[in-house]
Design a protein around this ligand. Sequence first.
Ligand code: ADP
Ligand code: MG
Length: 327
Amino acid sequence: MSGEFDLIKDHFSDLANHADGALNLLDDAALFDISPKQQIVATTDSLISGVHFHLDDPPCMVARKALRVNLSDLAAMGAMPVGFLQAIILNGSVNDLYLESYKNGLNIDIEHFHVPLYGGDTTVSSGPFSVTITALGKVEKGSALLRSGAQSGDVLCVTGTIGDSALGLACRNGKLSLSENYEEHLIDRYLLPEPRLKVGQELAGLVGACIDISDGLVADVGHICRASGVSASIDRDSIPLSESASAAVSKDRVWWECILGGGDDYELAFTTKLSRLESIISIGQEAGVPIKAIGRIGETRDDKMEVVVLDSKSAEIHVSTPGYRHR
Ligand code: ADP
Ligand code: MG
């Protein structure tokens, strides 16, 4: 059986051929013209209990994460959110108490992000509880951030810190143990990602390619490379880490695998011309979100390795889990 991306390419890409705004089913969201100057940006993502969250995760956090991962795709396009729809599949373990907490969580983020609920669908099954959110945003025509805009010579940057969420999941599953405050920080980052909407909107029209890191840093930079026809090198020691993530790799360097290959960061990875780097870093400072250069974009490589990770001596580091696969 082929992987998730081959499956989409083999079965569905043809169906999207007639729509330019489908972006070959290769981007974070789709674009629709609504006026000569504006486009609607649309994205959908599901969270399934037992796969993307535990049934004992706080329901308010599940609701907020379901909305936020979709808002993160809007951020990756440089869009401003305008609203969302939710389809929920309930089962016997989802009672009124659970739904009350779920609703309260959703309400907090509806107010926080000014993004109203416009509708949805409710069904019941004997399978796992799942939530599918479809988020809609808007962007000035021509300024959406696409995965296909990277060019050889560009600098590769990321927002925030990388790896916290995957490490948080490891803490939650009892595989990683750190001091209480470090674990708490990582688990919070796993439960509640921060969509980088403001930074994404500020970068719209300014940077080359952009993606939100959901599958893992190396895998998602690989998506930029494939969409843009380029390669990338990442300097591992430039990757911004939280104090908690630094503590994890100091304890055991094996946790670098989690940082490079784990998913759910929901930070932005993007490329820019070197001449713009300073002003882009200032944009992050003004928005209160650190932006850091972590590597370079190059020509396509003959050996087909789109992304290489280098240590401080420029030696290649093998990444055994280059990203989360959904199937
Ligand atoms: P992201 O991680 O940014 O949410 P995904 O990995 O979920 O993106 O999807 C990658 C691309 O594939 C997107 O453009 C998405 O619209 C498209 N896609 C995923 N699943 C399907 C599907 N079942 N039918 C059509 N397009 C799909
Ligand atoms: Mg995405």
